[in-house]
Design a protein around this ligand. Structure first.
Ligand code: PAF
Length: 283
């Protein structure tokens, strides 16, 4: 695997691959890669001939009080992981390469409605930062397809929408959340958890599973929501939100909706964890 740091080198390598009639698959990341990320590389490998990944801790998607500086940077281990799964090219730009004129002067991409609820309500500007950097990365790499995890369910919905609205010729592929045997969704932020917090963190998924059971048994949405919030609080989580949404619009679900998604964000100590679970109800 080859690592490049500039847009010029990236373009040269991708142009060569394209001249050789290769289909370009892309996996954007912020690094500190775990098995969940590497399974996205596997999918890109299966669906394309030349796999590009990027590692860029995007300052635009972090709030002033968030973990930008503390975010783990593990380039050497990430390069080894990517190479072991058959990634062809790693693009690892610095901030000046992506935002040469600073963040303030940047054109921004906003996805209203989808972007202002759930995580968007508590992380102001976060999804604008994600949508902007993904737009820039798509224009830099110009992939045929891009692979994202469903762990960031709202992010995936926003990326699908911006690709449609801005007419990007990029197929978006969503991959099921990779979980530890406890059910805990794999995340770079799990590294912030103490051993006992890590044990408790698995309850986030167990609570989603319980909530899905209750919905399938016909319990009312608001009752299920309140039960889940109380369960999480009793286990020591500070709940940011636990929402039951229509899977397509991500608007609050109604009792009539059949394709639902449960979306949760909760703090354990100072670590903010998110997870989600899809639910299909019969009419
Ligand atoms: O999911 C992530 O790691 C990031 O939000 C992404 C999509 C790489 C944009 O910075």
């Amino acid at each position: 695997m080859h690592t490049v740091h500039t847009i010029r080198e990236l373009r040269e390598a991708v142009t060569r691959a394209r001249q050789n009639k290769k289909r370009i698959g892309f996996v954007p990341t912020m690094g500190n890669l775990h098995e969940g990320h590497l399974s996205l590389i596997d999918e890109a490998r299966a669906q394309s001939d030349f796999v590009v990944s990027s590692i860029f801790v995007n300052p635009m998607q972090f709030g002033a009080n968030e973990d930008l500086d503390a975010y783990p940077r593990t380039l050497a281990a990430d390069q080894a992981g990517l190479a072991s799964r058959g990634c062809d090219l790693l693009f690892a730009p610095n901030v000046g390469e992506v935002y040469p004129n600073g963040l303030e002067a940047e054109t921004r991409v906003a996805v209203p409605k989808l972007g202002d609820k759930h995580c968007g309500a508590s992380r102001s500007g976060h999804f604008e930062g994600v949508a902007t950097v993904v737009t820039k990365l798509f224009n830099m790499v110009q992939p045929d397809l891009a692979v994202f995890g469903k762990k960031d369910y709202q992010q995936l919905a926003i990326i699908r929408k911006l690709v449609q609205d801005l007419c990007f010729p990029v197929a978006i592929i969503g991959i099921d959340t990779s979980r530890e045997s406890s059910g805990l969704a794999r995340s770079s932020r799990n590294g912030y958890l103490s051993e006992s917090e890590r044990h408790t963190a698995a309850e986030l998924y167990q609570t989603l599973v319980q909530a899905r059971k209750q919905l399938l048994a016909g319990k009312l949405l608001e009752e299920v929501r309140q039960t889940a919030i109380s369960a999480l609080e009793s286990k020591g989580f500070q709940v940011d939100y636990f929402n039951i949404a229509n899977r397509d619009s991500l608007e609050p679900a109604t009792e009539k909706d059949q394709s639902l998604v449960l979306l949760v964000a909760a703090f354990l100590g100072s670590t903010r964890l998110i997870d989600n679970l899809e639910v299909d109800r019969q009419g």
